[in-house]
Design a protein around this ligand. Structure first.
Ligand SMILES: Cc1cc2nc3c(=O)[nH]c(=O)nc-3n(C[C@H](O)[C@H](O)[C@H](O)COP(=O)(O)OP(=O)(O)OC[C@H]3O[C@@H](n4cnc5c(N)ncnc54)[C@H](O)[C@@H]3O)c2cc1C
Length: 195
């Protein structure tokens, strides 16, 4: 199988974008990741796949925990920066705050703090399972940054639904009407049924 075709096909699976962050001793390290999946509700488990050659792989091992920060649509620069694809000298502005599991990225759409539950070595990546110990939602940023077909995308509203009934054209509605007074024989009904 062609690895390029594999990437292309998997790229058609639209995802959000996260920055995984971990603190080992005094150092904080962040890495852009979209191989993130919810795993279990009881206990609460999530997974992130980390490349074996990524610095983050060693880092998580030392830290014993990590945070998964879901990026908002205006945080594409942070995704580029933490994936090592930032073209400028000065990094974009960001700030981490201490949090259970791992440092939380301020301004992200949502975050999960995790303690490493176990690791599974899988080819050139490690599957890191995290037990969720903290949750955060930022009501200020309702829209996520998306990744699809190898490009960053934005969420747009779907087309409005088809016209509501009061806007239907007249000729789609037929009203059957018959005049009848009490005491007269009942007029025939269009469908032969009762009035
Ligand atoms: C949309 C997308 C999704 C991806 N998904 C995954 C995935 O699921 N799994 C995966 O393994 N790879 C993924 N990658 C690739 C991954 O982000 C890069 O390969 C990354 O460079 C590997 O990280 P690293 O730990 O080796 O960090 P580095 O490449 O060493 O670090 C990335 C950058 O962040 C900077 N940085 C990190 N922490 C700090 C800090 N505290 N202060 C200042 N600067 C800091 C570093 O200086 C460097 O510039 C993805 C990339 C993209 C664009």
């Amino acid at each position: 199988m062609d690895p390029k075709a594999f990437r292309r096909v998997l790229g058609l699976f639209a995802t959000g974008v996260t920055v995984v962050a971990a603190q080992h001793e005094d150092e904080i390290h962040g890495m852009t990741a979209n191989a993130v999946t919810s795993v279990s509700l009881d206990p609460l488990l999530v997974l992130v796949c980390v490349g074996k050659h990524a610095r983050m792989n060693q880092f998580i091992q030392g830290a014993g925990g990590f945070s998964i920060n879901v990026l908002a649509e205006d945080q594409e620069p942070l995704s580029r920066y933490f994936s090592g694809a930032w073209p400028h000298q000065a990094p974009p502005e960001f700030r981490f705050v201490p949090w259970p599991g791992g440092p939380r990225l301020v301004g992200a759409l949502a975050a999960m703090g995790c303690v490493v539950d176990r690791r599974v070595e899988a080819g050139d990546h490690s599957i890191v399972l995290g037990r969720v110990v903290a949750l955060h939602e930022d009501g200020q940023h309702p829209r996520p940054l998306l990744f699809y077909g190898g490009r960053y995308r934005r969420l747009t509203e779907a087309e409005p639904p088809t016209a509501p009934p009061e806007q239907w054209p007249d000729d789609t509605v037929q009203i059957y009407h018959a005049e009848w007074s009490a005491g007269e024989p009942r007029p025939p009904q269009p469908d032969g049924g009762l009035p």
